[in-house]
Design a protein around this ligand. Structure first.
Ligand code: AP5
Length: 183
């Protein structure tokens, strides 16, 4: 696979984490999930985690500066490819990422957008039952996604980087679709 610096974007429950893990494992890429990194801080009860927990449980976005610092720290000493899962989450974060990648001389190769209907993603998340997976919070996460994250689809489309994948089907089927478009 030639494309080694990737973003996976999509609504909550579209399979970003599941598919990122599979592709990273298959191609020895670093999987950077800002959601997972924030949840690890919450579990450790660190000052950062205490700051993030309440915001995450409400389904809001934590501050741009905080997540950018986490991503910067992980990418600056990394040699090799990576997938960013759950970052960027808005246009400000996308611009910050572009600046960071320019400084690091690591251009983005592609942005994979996982496209899924609301009904399917809500049922997946209710079945999982994470702290932020109750129906009211899921609906709010979806509103936040539409308002703040969905504009990134057009942002990366204009840059010629966007690749859309239909995210309905089994995990293996979706994985094959992603592998196909990245090859
Ligand atoms: P984050 O952890 O990124 O959550 P999310 O975007 O809401 O995404 P999910 O993890 O719910 O879904 P996913 O698309 O990864 O799907 P998954 O593979 O898990 O963020 C959580 C919070 O952290 C945010 O709300 C925010 O507060 C904060 N945050 C994170 N990043 C931030 C940022 N950059 N800026 C600011 N704040 C940030 O799959 C979901 C479920 O479906 C699983 O149970 C899975 O097993 C199942 N599943 C997956 N694929 C399939 C399939 N094909 N068929 C059936 N089930 C499937």
């Amino acid at each position: 696979m030639e494309k080694k610096r990737l973003l996976l974007i999509g609504p909550p429950g579209s399979g970003k984490g599941t598919q990122s893990a599979l592709i990273c494992q298959a191609h020895s890429l670093l999987h950077l999930s800002t959601g997972d990194l924030l949840r690890a801080e919450v579990t450790a009860n660190s000052p950062l985690g205490q700051q993030a927990a309440e915001v995450m449980n409400r389904g809001e976005l934590v501050s741009d500066g905080l997540v950018l610092a986490i991503v910067q720290e992980k990418l600056k000493n990394h040699v090799g490819g990576w997938i960013l899962d759950g970052f960027p989450r808005n246009v400000v974060q996308a611009r910050s990422l572009a600046n960071l990648l320019e400084q690091l001389h690591q251009p983005l190769d592609a942005v994979v957008f996982l496209d899924l209907t609301d009904d399917e993603l809500i049922s997946r998340l209710l079945a999982r039952g994470r702290a932020d997976d109750n129906e009211a919070v899921i609906r709010h996460r979806l509103d936040v996604y539409r308002e703040k994250t969905a504009p990134l689809i057009n942002h990366y489309l204009k840059k010629g980087l966007l690749m859309t994948v239909e995210a309905l089907g089994t995990i293996d089927e979706i994985n094959s679709r992603i592998e196909d478009i990245l090859n």
